[in-house]
Design a protein around this ligand. Structure first.
Ligand SMILES: Nc1ncnc2c1ncn2[C@@H]1O[C@H](COP(=O)(O)OP(=O)(O)OP(=O)(O)O)[C@@H](O)[C@H]1O
Length: 304
């Protein structure tokens, strides 16, 4: 369990993290989302004691990272700028980490197998591709068999097979009862893997929610309907919580009613439908709606 209480970090004039309050619970994958510069990496660095909060606190399983007698066995982390000696083999890198933390040698073999690095374990880490480096970083994070696993952008540089592997790994770690906290900019991945979402913008908490709830708050799924008699269909569908917008001479977009009940009501009133399609709100769209005012770095739109 990770608990942030009024967690704040200032770098001179910049407030990178601004009074964050959240709890990351065990047994679930919690996605940590936010636009560039929102304060995700700074928060993660504070969780494992690489940066000190200006005020407030963050604990892992009730204690500050530094207070744990065996921190690697408590929380395993992959942060973006993981330093690996380029001349050292993956095996020796992990072995050195294990030896300095009282972790048995057989655990090194286990994490090498778990991360699919067997065939390259004796190769120098400096020759590793980005994806292999990510796997090595994850192997290091899992070395202490920690109850809490924290990964910053773990799918960065992974090929599709690697992305699928991460997805399954995160789900498995959570199903084993671990706390899994993972940052990503890949919304489609988060939609598939995350049970909970913590979303930040300009260092502040914007949402602590589930994927479904966020999508629902963004308006939920809509249903596109085409009919010869849109005016009558509007009348028979109207009701509390139902919104109907005309999107063409014969087209309506309906929110607040599932496609099935729209079809049934239309049939009961003898209204012919030409189309009845559920239009899903993507997590990406919901995220953009939520963070629109908190994007620090705006790209310039290209002229058409
Ligand atoms: N060591 C530092 N010194 C000064 N400013 C910093 C430092 N680290 C981060 N910042 C600033 O703090 C803010 C938050 O940065 P952070 O890297 O935590 O965001 P992020 O959400 O991880 O971004 P990204 O998605 O781009 O990785 C940014 O404005 C950044 O420039």
């Amino acid at each position: 369990m990770i608990e942030a209480r009024q967690l704040t970090k200032r770098y001179g004039e910049t407030t990178a993290v601004d009074g964050l309050e959240f709890t990351v619970r065990p047994g679930a994958v919690t996605g940590f989302l936010g636009p560039n510069g929102a304060g995700k990496s700074t928060t993660m660095r504070m969780i494992i004691g690489l940066d000190a909060p200006t005020s407030g606190s963050v604990t892992v399983n009730g204690k500050h990272y530094r207070e744990h007698p065996s921190p690697l066995q408590e929380v395993g982390a992959l942060l973006e700028a993981k330093s690996v000696h380029p001349g050292r083999s993956a095996f020796n890198h992990l072995l050195a980490q294990a030896q300095t933390h009282g972790i048995p040698r057989r655990r090194v073999d286990e994490v090498i197998e778990l991360t699919g690095l067997q065939s390259v374990a004796k190769k120098r880490a400096g020759q590793f591709s980005l994806g292999m480096g990510q796997r090595l970083g994850i192997a290091g994070a899992l070395l202490g068999d920690p109850a809490t696993v924290m990964l910053d952008e773990p799918v960065n540089g992974l090929d599709p097979e690697g992305v699928l592997w991460i997805r399954n790994l995160l789900t498995q770690l959570a199903s084993e009862g671990r706390t899994v906290f993972v940052s990503s900019h890949l919304m489609s991945e988060m939609a598939l893997v995350a049970d909970r979402l913590i979303i930040v913008g300009r260092g502040r908490l914007l949402a602590d929610t589930s994927v479904d709830e966020l999508v629902r708050q963004a308006g939920g799924d809509a249903v596109r309907v085409a009919t010869a008699d849109p005016a009558r269909l509007r009348d028979v569908l109207a009701g509390p919580g139902v919104q109907i917008v005309g999107t063409g001479s014969e087209e309506l977009e309906v929110t607040g009613l599932p496609a099935r009940s729209i079809g049934t009501t239309a049939a009961e009133h003898g209204i012919a439908l030409y189309e009845l399609t559920t239009v899903k709100v993507s997590l990406e769209q919901a995220f953009m709606d939520l963070t629109r005012d908190d994007v620090v770095y705006h790209g310039k739109e290209l002229a058409a």
